[in-house]
Design a protein around this ligand. Structure first.
Ligand code: GCU
Length: 695
């Protein structure tokens, strides 16, 4: 699908780094001490800010005496900062913030910590200098904080240039080649660094013939992109085709156990790392939706991943191996196959079989980035495997950046979910599993989480659009994703404040309030008018925008709701259904198993029930469908009202873009309401008890 946002403009919106965000720091006397490459970047930022706002800047050696400074950004003298900034680019990202003799002092663990410390001070603004005395230590929850770009070098005939991209064209590629001018990439890298992202995969996981060549013939262009990101402490990764030895190497096979294949990858890796010594590694989508993989040779995913892992191991490279593997040629008549089961069924038996530098990248839900899904049981089922949680910042199924949907609350809920207890308690959360903070888990009987963890990955929502993200408010999602990777316990409402404060500096408080009114509950609002009770995929096939209740019902994709005249939902119980509920540890396997205990919001994901089934909320399923669809559209109207009152207070171009998006959101939400309500009225024959208009 072609992206609908206006394309490239020379100077994009500054997002969360407008000049004014640096005002507090720029008015001060600032010292930067450190001689690594990132210290150079920090020095440039500070020099520019102090020149702009009348402060002063000086650069010293670490350990030099400092007099008359308001802010000192320095490598810590009492740590082995040299090694932290030298061999492992992910080390040394933390920093300590104190006050000494009236000066704010950031002591960084390494070169990267200077950069993160700088942006921390930027976020604090005046509070960094005027607030109470601080002594805080900051370090990321994980060293693996990654964004995946689904960008194609060539424009794909169906998917466009950016697969599931809603923000114009690619930041990296233009007219079938890497852009000559990478200045936009530089701005992007700076924005990402400011929220803590430190790895970026620069091409689509569906690796087409042209894009496969980034690994070989076009490596020189990847070198250029990597050089831009390096200045911001971000390492570059490539998505690679598992069939590369055939596509690029002229071999007759890509069998992972074939010696020539393994050698081909060893040579490919050697070339990549000799050109880009801090290259991150490869992302692989194998045996998924038509991509090649080890199954063709009767091999397992561990065979495939480990062969690649051996090739990149000498360089400390990583293989991000995606667990999104399922049968996309299902027969809808066959009720025994359940797509939700697939990732667990494929990967759980392989726990412990993956090499140490393989990260198994798991989508947050068992289906596919739906508005509401239970958290994927795969995340809990592989204690001896490095697991990464994969999120989707691009809003494929959540309004495609035409609808204002702030995903921070969804992610926060997922990150805080615990598989081993209903109310959290002391048992590890998803964030703990992904960051490696879960040292030991009692229930699974498997003992310890003894591998380093796999961190976070997410599909980016940015493109060459003037506002980066199509909908200007979708910037908040990119912002929140980065910040939650750094600290998964941050409150999404606070992150919205941070984002609003930086993005609209000096705006009256009413703007911030309106943004909360619009965005705080926007994910649930979107859920209300699109996805009742955990039913997903009632979208138009192919592009996934707008309602089509039966669009996927008789297709091979495995995404069914099974609505008939009596009821709706998928029976995934162990007793009478597909058994998916049994993939969870206790207590969730029992909780999901029964309609009596299954949470309302996931009822139809786990059970097929009559329209008259009474929910915990007291409403029936059919009345819930009607009520939430009316409520969803009402909520959109209130969002628009709240924003309209303050929109004259912000940049008119931004206001215009938001107004245009809101008009579409209201049109689309109304369409959803009327189609879904009408469909279920016709199916069930049960009228709305409040007598509202249903067609
Ligand atoms: C979704 C999406 C595809 C994408 C796939 C993936 O199915 O619609 O465009 O390729 O996810 O994550 O690999």
């Amino acid at each position: 699908m072609t992206a609908d946002a206006p394309g490239f403009v020379p100077t994009p919106h500054p997002a969360w780094l407008p000049d004014d965000a640096f005002a507090a720091l720029g008015r001060r006397r600032v010292v930067v001490a450190g001689d690594g490459a990132l210290a150079g970047t920090v020095a440039e930022e500070v020099a520019a800010a102090t020149a702009r706002f009348g402060g002063s800047f000086s650069r010293l050696e670490v350990g030099d005496g400092v007099a008359d400074a308001d802010l000192v950004l320095t490598l810590a003298t009492d740590t082995d900062a040299g090694s932290a900034s030298g061999t492992d680019p992910d080390a040394g990202e933390g920093f300590r913030l104190t006050r000494e003799g009236g000066a704010v002092v950031v002591q960084a663990d390494g070169d990267a910590g200077l950069l993160h410390g700088l942006f921390h001070v930027v976020r604090l603004g005046e509070a960094a200098f005027d607030g109470p005395d601080a002594d805080e230590t900051h370090a990321p929850a994980t060293g693996l904080r990654m964004l995946d770009h689904w960008d194609n070098v060539d424009t794909h005939p169906v998917m466009g240039q950016v697969e599931r991209g809603y923000s114009g064209g690619s930041l990296f590629y233009e007219d079938g080649v890497v852009r000559a001018d990478l200045s936009r990439v530089e701005r992007y890298a700076r924005l990402l660094a400011a929220v803590g992202i430190n790895r970026v995969a620069i091409n689509n996981v569906n690796v087409h013939r042209r894009e496969a060549r980034l690994l070989t013939d076009d490596l020189g262009d990847v070198v250029r992109i990597a050089a831009v990101f390096r200045r911001w402490g971000i390492r570059v990764h490539l998505s690679v085709s598992f069939a590369s030895p055939i596509l690029l190497g002229g071999l007759s096979t890509s069998d992972p156990l074939d010696t020539d294949v393994a050698h081909w990858w060893v040579r490919a890796a050697a070339r990549v790392w000799s050109a880009i010594p801090d290259f991150g590694g490869f992302v692989v989508k194998a045996d998924s939706e038509g991509q090649p993989g080890p199954f063709a040779y009767g091999r397992t995913h561990a065979d495939g991943a480990n062969m690649l892992a051996a090739a990149v191991e000498p360089y400390d490279g990583l293989i991000h191996w995606r667990a999104f593997v399922y049968d996309h040629r299902q027969d809808w008549r066959d009720r025994s196959t359940d797509r939700a089961r697939a990732a667990y069924d494929h990967f759980h038996p392989l726990d412990g079989a993956f090499a140490d530098n393989v990260v198994v990248q798991v989508k947050y839900g068992p289906m596919d980035f739906q508005v509401r899904e239970p958290v994927s049981p795969v995340l809990a089922a592989m204690p001896r495997t490095r697991i990464a949680l994969e999120l989707q910042v691009t809003q494929e199924y959540t309004g495609q950046q035409r609808h204002a949907v702030y995903l921070g609350p969804q992610w926060s809920q997922i990150l805080g979910f615990s598989f081993w207890s209903a109310d959290g308690g002391a048992s590890p959360t998803v964030a703990d599993l992904a960051t490696g903070r879960a040292k030991a888990v009692e229930d699974p009987g498997t003992g310890a989480w003894h591998k380093p963890a796999g961190g976070f990955a997410a599909v980016s929502n940015a493109g060459d659009d003037e506002f980066w993200t199509g909908h200007p408010f979708a910037q908040a999602n990119l912002y929140a994703y980065g910040r939650l990777c750094w600290d998964p316990t941050l409150d999404p409402a606070d992150l919205l404040d941070e984002w609003a404060g930086l993005t609209f500096p000096g705006a009256p408080d009413a703007v911030r309030q309106a943004l909360h009114t619009v965005l705080d509950g926007s994910w649930e609002t979107y859920e209300r008018y699109t996805s009742p009770l955990g039913v997903g995929f009632m979208v138009r096939p192919g592009h996934h925008y707008g309602p089509d209740v039966d669009g996927y019902e008789y297709t091979p994709w495995g995404t069914y709701h099974f609505a008939d005249r009596d009821g709706i939902g998928v029976d995934r119980s162990v007793r009478t259904g597909t058994g998916y509920a049994g993939q969870y540890p206790s207590p969730w396997r029992e909780t999901y198993e029964s309609t009596r205990t299954c949470p309302d919001e996931l009822l139809l994901f786990f059970h097929h029930v009559p329209y008259t089934h009474v929910l915990h909320s007291g409403s029936t399923v059919i009345q819930h469908i009607y009520d939430t669809h009316f409520a969803g559209v009402d909520a959109v109207e209130r969002m628009i009202e709240a924003w309209s009152a303050v929109s004259p207070l912000v940049d008119p171009r931004l206001a215009e873009r938001v107004a245009e998006r809101f008009a579409e959101q209201l049109r689309s939400a109304t369409e959803w309401r009327d189609q879904i309500n009408t469909y279920f009225l016709r199916k069930s024959g049960i009228p709305d008890e409040r007598g509202r208009t249903i067609y």
